[in-house]
Design a protein around this ligand. Sequence first.
Ligand code: ATP
Ligand code: MG
Length: 445
Amino acid sequence: MRLSRYFLPVLKENPSEAQIVSHRLMLRAGMIKQSSAGIYSWLPLGFKVLRKIEDIVHEEQQRAGHMPMLMPTIQSADLWHESGRYDAFGAEMLRIKDRHDREMLFTPTAEELITDIFRAHVGSYKDLPLTMYQIQWKFRDEIRPRFGVMRGREFYMKDGYNFDLTKEDALHAYNRHLVSYLRTYERMGLQAIPMRADSGAIGGDDTHEFLVLADTGESEVFYDSAVTDLTFGDRDIDYDDHAQCAAVMEEFTNLYARTDETHDAALFEQVPEDRRRIARGIEVGQIFYFGTKYSEALNAVVQGPDGKQSPVHMGSHGIGVSRLLGAIIEASHDDKGIIWPEGVTPFHCGIVNLKQGDEEADAACDALYASLTALGLEPLYDDRKERAGGKFATMDLIGLPWRITVGPRGLKNGVVELTSRRTGESIEMPPEDAVRKVADIYANL
Ligand code: ATP
Ligand code: MG
C-alpha cells in the first residue's frame, strides 16, 4: 500500500477524551472513530489489525477442532424468557421492539440461541462431542463505556460453545480451550495469564479469566510471580488427548493466580513472600464449564449409549477480539507510539523514501516494494512529499515493527537502513539483504 493513497487520518494532538494510552494511540493513529458512546467505526488501519487478530483466533479455534458458524446479532426474546435470563440480564441488554411489537434484543452472548440450534438437531450421544464458535458483534449497554474499544458497548467477540455427554468430556473441552487460548494469545505477542475467576451472570462452577497485566487494567489480580515465567511456546499438542490437555491445564493453573472476586488471603499467604504480587489486569478472555444449566432450562437432552436421555453438558468460552487491540497496545508501546508484535501488525514493513521525486530513490523504493510483495508480505510505502522527520513520526506512531529507510546518500554506497521499531536499532545493508531479513522474521513466526 502507498501511504499517499491510504486513508490514515492521524491526529497531531492528543485527543482530550482519551484517558489511557491505548485509546489515545488508536485515535491518533487513525484506527478508530467514535460514532456514539462505546460505539466505533473501524477505519482502514484499525480494521486491518482487527482482521489479523480475528484470523489468529479462527486458526487456533479450528486447530483445536472447533467449528466456525455465525448466529444473528438480533434475537427474539422468547428463548431468553425460556432460560430465565431475559430479566436476569438487566439493563446491559439492549431491548428492541419490531414493527409488530415483538420483543427482540441485540445479542450480548449466545448460550440460548446455540442451545436452541443444538436441541433442534442433536438427539444422540453419537453426535458428540461438538464445539461450535462464532466471531460476532455483541452489544452490552455498559453503564460506563470507556477506554475506547476496551470497554465498548458494541464489541467484537469470539464465543464458543461445547456440548458433551459427560462431565468428564466437558471438562476436557474446558482444558482444550485453555490450551488453545494460551497459543492464541502468545501468537499475538501477549502474555495472558489464566486466573481463577467468578462465573457472574453466565453461571457455573469452573471458570478462568485470561488477564494481561497492565496498570490500566480494570481488574485487581493476585498472583505468584512464577506464573509469568510460564510460556506455551511451540508445543505440539494433540487436542483430542485428554491427558495432554489436562497436564497443560495443571501446569498453567496450579500456581496462585486469582482475580479479586475469588481471592483468598489465607491461600495467598502460602505463596513465598518475595513472589506475591498484587497488580492490575485486562480481561481478554474467559472460559466456563457450567454443566447442565442451559440444557436443563431449554431441555437439550441426548440419548446415551445406555438408551437413557440426559441433559447435555456444556461450557462457553469467550475472547474479546476488539478489546485485544487495546490490550496489545497497553502492553506494547513507547512514548512515540504503538509497537505492534509481528503476529498482528497491520503491515509487515514500512518503506520510507527520504527524497521522494529523486529518480534513484523512487526506483529503489519501487523495487523494494515489489520484492516484499512478491514474497507475500505487505509493505506500507510512505511515498508522500514530506520531510523525513514527519515520515518517521508517522511510522513510529502507527507502530510497524520494521522500517526500511531509503535515501540517495545510502544508495550511493549500495545500502538502505533496516530499523527495528522495538529496539530503535538501525543497520545498513544492501536492499536485497533487508528484504531477506524481513522475510525471514515473518517466516519464523
Ligand atoms: P467484563 O468483566 O470486562 O465486563 P465479562 O466477564 O462480562 O467482561 P464475558 O462475558 O466473559 O465478559 O465476555 C468475553 C470477553 O469479551 C471478555 O473476556 C472481554 O475480553 C470481552 N468483553 C466483555 N465485555 C466487553 C466490552 N464491554 N467491551 C469490549 N470487550 C468486552
Ligand atoms: Mg468475563
